[in-house]
Structure formats: structure tokens, C-alpha cells
Write a protein that binds this ligand. Structure first.
Ligand code: B12
Ligand code: SF4
Length: 528
């Protein structure tokens, strides 16, 4: 049987990274079946195109995975596929919580023949065999012989054959630039960011987050050896095609168990398996000096930090009081001193937010080392404690917001500002952080570093701008390039200056992390 695994596009920007679930399920598919992968972010398709693809390729089963924000598109594509007579199974965080919606048991139309609840590592092979026999069940739940929910141990992790998977759709170097880049910077013909997990689960249960409910509060880790071998396979592939592979460790908090993370990073270094990597780590754990050294030495380049708010009252409200805004600056400086920079994520529209929250946040961000600030709105995802609280209080304005998904739009009324005011705050956050002046400033703030660091922050900011400002087509990109022409010109001129690409990175002075909060902060902490 031919199986298609499909991930719908998010409708705003080309995702910079493919989704892990597709490669994982492909690796877990029983032998004798062929699996094709289509990520809508890299290969956009509409309903008619999808139906044609399924017919042309003689597909016998389609698996669709989607987050809440992509679910409306996922349902439309599922409907088009089912209309061709091919069964659809859906999985992922949204349908796990809303299985009745996908199966048409809530009074709405049916979109899926079957739903895989929760982690599907163990159920996927059964789904495939049932589909091959034409005997799909409605629901597949991960349970043990006694009917108890069972979470896969990651000790026996499947080998994802990165050396042979077709990754053409995930190359981030545009075709036109590839040949030129190969000439001026050998080894840059391709650039891909690959998702790798080293563990699952988070015990903290922040109010807005689905992770604790979905993966459970027991943290499970792969063996160091299995992660190291995966990195070595990726490195070998990059070398063989004269390209670059960076890794996104998608664990919700890569350092949730510091001892284990340090041991993994040491093993990566010892095996020569360093690649450039990104990971999510909470600010409190980054006060460990040795950990930060190992991050830098093992190839860590960007750390995603869910700061959420600079207001401790907001953080307490959403059960994320282990974030201590007073230590954000020192933690970021500690990373920057090793040339590791941060993606700092903020949520506006929290219950204690008032008008001016963007400017108050930006005032602090401007004093930090350059990074990638991102701004979102408080969003009640289905089945989260936040959703339940707002529903009970009658504060949901669009209870089924995902059915008509609108990017960057609130679905409930915040307590101390209007919805429109919250939207304006997010707009200000993005506009201020990604203006040509802000980009120029970020580049200039690294003037004491080799040129590569400045190019890196500039390109990263250009890409992250696209999370909020639509940058799908060539015209949109050309416009942004024109707006930033001065910075680009300066970087190009400097590229020709003798020695511009050489030189050791400078160490930046670091202020000490405030001590008062350390004990509590280290005891807790995770990321999302
Ligand atoms: C990596 C990641 C991203 C990446 C992008 C996704 C990517 N390319 O991988 C980035 C950083 C860009 C991102 C962004 C966002 N993310 Co995100 N992200 C994750 C993260 C950390 C890991 C995903 C992952 O690979 N997990 C590991 C795999 C193995 O798990 P899985 O995907 O759930 O798949 C398993 C099962 O679900 C199931 N399954 C999944 N799909 C399918 C399909 C079929 C057919 C079957 C049978 C089974 C199946 O089987 C898999 C194996 O067990 C998750 C949290 C988490 N730990 O999962 C959040 C998460 C998915 N993100 C989330 C959110 C909300 C977002 C944002 C909307 C945040 C924001 N406010 O901007 C954005 C939107 C992205 C966009 N524009 O499209 C939520 C989604 C919740 C929901 N109900 O939708 C999550 C769960 C985190 C959270 N805090 O709640 N994200
Ligand atoms: S720490 Fe991060 S992953 Fe864990 S519950 Fe909170 S937001 Fe979710």
C-alpha cells in the first residue's frame, strides 16, 4: 500500500523546519508499504491538487497531522481526499483533544475515518495493518494490555534514515542562490533545519499549554548514543551533499534534567557530532555556567526561551511563576558572551496586561543582547486549563476559534484591555523589533564580532519577520530587501574587506545572575 503523510501549511509563512512526526511515523511503518511525505509549508497544495495527487500516486491511506491553528485546512484537505474514496487517519495534538469533532460525533461533518489519540509510536503500525485489510477502527488509543494509557519509552528509538530520505522540499537555500553560494562559500549549496527529539514530557502544566496534558508529566529520554548517532548521520549527509544541516532539538525543555543534558552534550563533543543547534530551555536553568559552556562547545547557537511576560503577576496567573523576569537580562548576557543568542517569546493579552505592555517589554528587550523577539496573543487551546477557566467565566468570544482560524487574533476578552488593544500591542512588538532600523541596530551591536555573526543575526531577523508580516512571494521578499538595502550594502562591502571573515569572537562582559531567586528557579523550570 502507498501511504501519504501530509502536514497542512500554516497559511502565513513557509515553515523553516519540517515536522518530526512524519519522519518518525515513516520510520515506524511496517515493511511492505511505501510512504510519501508532503509538507504543505514547503509544497503548497489546495484541495483539488491534493485529490489529484492522491489519484495520480495511487495512494491507499492518508495520514494527516495538525496543530489547532492548521486544523481547518486539515479538515478541508481530509474532506477532499475522502471524496476520492481514500481513507484518512488524523493524529496530533488537536484531534487528540477534539476526536469527536474529527469523527463527526459532535453534530458536525465527519472529516476522518480514524483518529490516533496521543503519541502514535505504538499505534501507527496497527493503523497501517488495519487500513491495508480495509478494517480501520474509529479510534486508536495508546493503551497497554490492561487498557491503561501507555506512553512509549524512548529507549528503543527508531532509526530515522536521514542519509537516504528525500529532503529536497526542505532546502532553505533558494535554487537561484544555490549555485552562486557554492562558488563563494563552499558547503552552502543546501541548508536544512532538521527536528530531533532527545526526550518528551513536561511536568509543569502551564495554564495555556497542551504539553503536560498530551505527553504526560513523566519525562522520557532517548539514550545519548541514539541521539549522537542521529547527529552523526545528519553530519554525514550534509558533508556528502556539500551543504549544511542544523538541528532543532524539539524537546519542550532540553535541559529539564541538567545532569542528563550535560552528559548528552559531553557525549556529542566527544564523538565529534557537533552540528549547529537550536533548543528550547527555560531561563532559570541557564544560570548554570557549566551547562552554558557545554551548549556553546557542542554547537548550540540559538536558545528559544518562553519568557511570556516581564510581569511576575501574569506569570503567576498562568502557573509559570518559575520564570523570573529579574534574571532575564543576565541570562541572555551569559549566553551572548559565548555567542549563543536567544529567541525570546512573549505573550500579550494576559490578564494583568494593560495598554503599553509592548513598549514596557520593548524597553527591556532593547537593553538585552541582540536576539529574535517574537510576540503572540494569549490563546485558549482546546482542553487546556486556560480554555476551561475562560469557558467557565463566559469569556470566550470565539469558542471554536480554530474552525475559522485568524492569525494573531484573540478568542477571548482580556481583563484589563480590549481585544483590539491587545492586537495593537502585538503589532507594535513586531513592527518595532523588525523595522529596517531595528535590523540595522541588531547588526551594529555585533560590530566587535567577525562578520559571520552579523550576517547570521541579519538573516535570522529577516526570516523571523515572516512569522508576522506575510513574506510568502518573491515580491514581498524583494520589498523587504529594498527596505534593508543600507544594511545589506554595508555587510557586502565589509565582506570584501581583508580579514573580515576571520578573527576570534569577542567575549562580552556579563552581569551576575541575581542570587535571591536561584534556589526556587532551579528547582522548577521547563519550557514550552
Ligand atoms: C517544534 C514545534 C514547533 C515548531 C514548528 C513545528 C515543526 N516544524 O516541527 C515551531 C517552533 C515553528 C512551532 C511553532 C508553533 N507552535 Co509548536 N511545537 C513544537 C513542539 C515543541 C514539538 C513538535 C514535535 O515535533 N513533537 C514531537 C512529535 C513526535 O510529537 P507530535 O508532533 O505530537 O507527534 C506525535 C503524535 O502527536 C502523533 N501524531 C502527530 N501527527 C500525526 C499524524 C498522524 C496521521 C498520526 C497517526 C499520528 C500523529 O504521533 C506522533 C508520534 O507519537 C510542540 C510541543 C511538543 N512537544 O510536541 C509544540 C506545539 C506543537 N506547538 C504549539 C503551538 C501552539 C505553536 C504555535 C501556534 C505557537 C505560537 N503561538 O505561535 C506556533 C505555530 C507554528 C506555525 N506557524 O505553524 C502547540 C500546539 C497545540 C495545539 N493544540 O495545536 C504545541 C503542542 C506546544 C504547546 N505549547 O502546546 N512549534
Ligand atoms: S514549561 Fe513549557 S512545555 Fe512545560 S507546561 Fe509550561 S509552557 Fe508547556
Amino acid at each position: 500500500m502507498k501511504i501519504l503523510l501530509y502536514n497542512p501549511d500554516n497559511g502565513i509563512t513557509r515553515n523553516f523546519m519540517p515536522h518530526l512526526w512524519m519522519f518518525l511515523l515513516q520510520a515506524l511503518t511496517p515493511s511492505g508499504h511505501e510512504v510519501l511525505l508532503v509538507d504543505g509549508n514547503a509544497q503548497p497544495m489546495d484541495e483539488a491538487g491534493m485529490a489529484q495527487f492522491v489519484r495520480d500516486n495511487n495512494i491507499g491511506l492518508v495520514g494527516i497531522g495538525a496543530m489547532t491553528r492548521m486544523i481547518a485546512k486539515a479538515y478541508r484537505m481530509a474532506d477532499a481526499i475522502r471524496a476520492t474514496g481514500v481513507p484518512v487517519v488524523m493524529g496530533g495534538p488537536h484531534v487528540t483533544e477534539m476526536a469527536d469533532e474529527a469523527l463527526g460525533r459532535d453534530g458536525g461533518p465527519r472529516h476522518a475515518d480514524a483518529v490516533a489519540l496521543g503519541e502514535a509510536d505504538a499505534t501507527w503500525p496497527l493503523i497501517v495493518e488495519d487500513a491495508a485489510r480495509g478494517q480501520l477502527k474509529d479510534v486508536y488509543a495508546p493503551v497497554d494490555a490492561f487498557g491503561q494509557e501507555s506512553k512509549p519509552s524512548l529507549k528503543e528509538y527508531p532509526v530515522i534514515p536521514w542519509q537516504s530520505i528525500d529532503l529536497d522540499q526542505f532546502n532553505l537555500v533558494p535554487k537561484v542562490a544555490s549555485a552562486l553560494l557554492q562558488k563563494i562559500a563552499a558547503g552552502w549549496g543546501t541548508f536544512r533545519i532538521i527536528p530531533v527529539e532527545s526526550g518528551r514530557g513536561c511536568p509543569y502544566g502551564c495554564e495555556f499549554c497542551t504539553v503536560t496534558g498530551f505527553f504526560g508529566d513523566s519525562i522520557r529520554f532517548r539514550t545519548n548514543e541514539s541521539v549522537v548517532n542521529e547527529l552523526l548521520r545528519l553530519k554525514a549527509r550534509a558533508r556528502s551533499e556539500k551543504g549544511q544541516m542544523a538541528v532543532f532539538f524539539i524537546d519542550d525543555n532540553f535541559a529539564i534534567n541538567i545532569k542528563r543534558t550535560k552528559s548528552l552534550l559531553r557525549d556529542i563533543i566527544a564523538a565529534g557530532a557537533q552540528v549547529h543547534w537550536v533548543a528550547q530551555i527555560s531561563a532559570n536553568l541557564l544560570r548554570d555556567e557549566e551547562l552554558v559552556d557545554l551548549i556553546a562547545d557542542s554547537g548550540g547557537k540559538w536558545i528559544f526561551i518562553g519568557m511570556e511576560s516581564i510581569d511576575p503577576a501574569n506569570l503567576k496567573d498562568v502557573n509559570k511563576g518559575f520564570n523570573k523576569p529579574g534574571e532575564y537580562a543576565a541570562v541572555l548576557e551569559r549566553l551572548a558572551a559565548r555567542n549563543v543568542y536567544a529567541i525570546t517569546s512573549f505573550i500579550f493579552g494576559m490578564d494583568n496586561d494593560t495598554v503599553g505592555v509592548a513598549e514596557r517589554t520593548l524597553e527591556q528587550v532593547r537593553t538585552w543582547p541582540p536576539g529574535l523577539p517574537i510576540f503572540g496573543l494569549m490563546t485558549p487551546l482546546p482542553a487546556t486549563p486556560l480554555y476551561k477557566r475562560l469557558e467557565k467565566a463566559g469569556r470566550l468570544t470565539r469558542p471554536r476559534h480554530w474552525q475559522e482560524f485568524i492569525p494573531f487574533a484573540m478568542a477571548h476578552t482580556p481583563l484589563k484591555m480590549t481585544i483590539e488593544e491587545a492586537h495593537a500591542e502585538v503589532d507594535q512588538g513586531w513592527a518595532d523589533s523588525y523595522s529596517p532600523e531595528a535590523l540595522a541596530h541588531a547588526v551594529e551591536s555585533l560590530n566587535n564580532q567577525p562578520l559571520g555573526y552579523r550576517i547570521n543575526i541579519f538573516l535570522a531577523r529577516l526570516c523571523f519577520r515572516g512569522i508576522y508580516f506575510p513574506m510568502m512571494g518573491k515580491m514581498a521578499w524583494l520589498k523587504v530587501i529594498a527596505q534593508n538595502r543600507r544594511t545589506i550594502f554595508k555587510l557586502v562591502v565589509e565582506g570584501f574587506r581583508p580579514g573580515a571573515w576571520r578573527g576570534a569572537p569577542a567575549r562580552i562582559p556579563v552581569r551576575p545572575v541575581p542570587q535571591a531567586e536561584s534556589g526556587e528557579a532551579i528547582a522548577q523550570g521547563a519550557e514550552g
